[in-house]
Design a binder for this molecule. Structure first.
Ligand SMILES: [Fe+2]
Length: 234
């Protein structure tokens, strides 16, 4: 993925967040977090990209997305969808939770691609920005992280659960996950594409609620650049 394509994709999300904030129709909590994300993105140096993180990943979630093209992309998120669609193969997709016996193929069916963050092409230790993809008919099990998380549904209507409440969120929905809230997503026949932002503690990785090894396998820390970096997000 070229740095220019990555910047175009980031700008599409950023412009959407700015427009949603300017429209003044979000809840006070979401409006405040959009303001926070936009301010933190101002601190990121977009003049240079670490191209180590712009290499195509070859992740099979891309084939799943292409086999079941997302539908019902609304006008509001269309610019983001169009910015990412030609880049799906080129995005740095990752899945790096420890294996789950109850979902042995989950790492082949969902992933996230981070463009801004501690270990991303555009470096920040204050804010993350990326895209999450979940293939059809898949549960992303209950998980949590100390970062405050904002999702924007780009395409696909999935069931989103947070604090025990489940809702179907359509494209265009903004979803705010406060720090350490336990949340999960489950797709139907359509895959889910969603942009995400993290603020606050963006260094501590996400952990499955039922992952007994979470403390060891998802411990915060700087990645060893000779090893594939751990990147459990979203
Ligand atoms: Fe999350």
């Amino acid at each position: 993925m070229s740095p220019l394509a990555a910047l175009a994709a980031i700008d599409a999300i950023r412009a959407h967040f700015a427009a949603r904030h300017a429209a003044n129709r979000e809840t006070p909590a979401i409006a405040a977090e959009l303001r926070n994300i936009l301010a933190l993105l101002e601190t990121v140096d977009f003049s240079r990209a670490d191209e180590e993180y712009l290499r195509p990943s070859g992740h099979p979630v891309v084939r799943q997305l292409q086999q079941t093209p997302p539908q019902n992309v609304d006008a509001a998120t269309g610019a983001i969808f169009r910015a990412f669609l030609p880049q799906l193969d080129a995005l740095p997709w990752r899945y790096s939770y420890a294996p789950r016996p109850d979902a042995p193929d989950i790492g082949e069916r969902m992933a996230w691609a981070e463009l801004v963050g501690p270990i991303a092409p555009f470096r920040s230790d204050k804010v993350c920005l990326g895209l999450t993809a979940i293939g059809p008919r898949l549960l992303y099990p209950r998980h949590y992280h100390p970062a405050v998380e904002t999702y924007l549904v780009v395409s696909g209507a999935a069931a989103w659960t947070a604090a025990g409440i489940t809702r179907i969120h359509p494209p265009g929905a903004l979803i705010l996950h406060p720090a350490n809230i336990v949340h999960a997503m489950e797709t139907g026949d359509e895959p889910l594409l969603a942009a995400y932002a993290w603020t606050g503690d963006v260094e501590t990785l996400s952990a499955y609620e039922d992952d007994a090894g979470a403390a060891a396998s998802h411990a915060p820390g700087k990645p060893n650049r000779t090893e594939p970096p751990p990147m459990n997000r979203t």
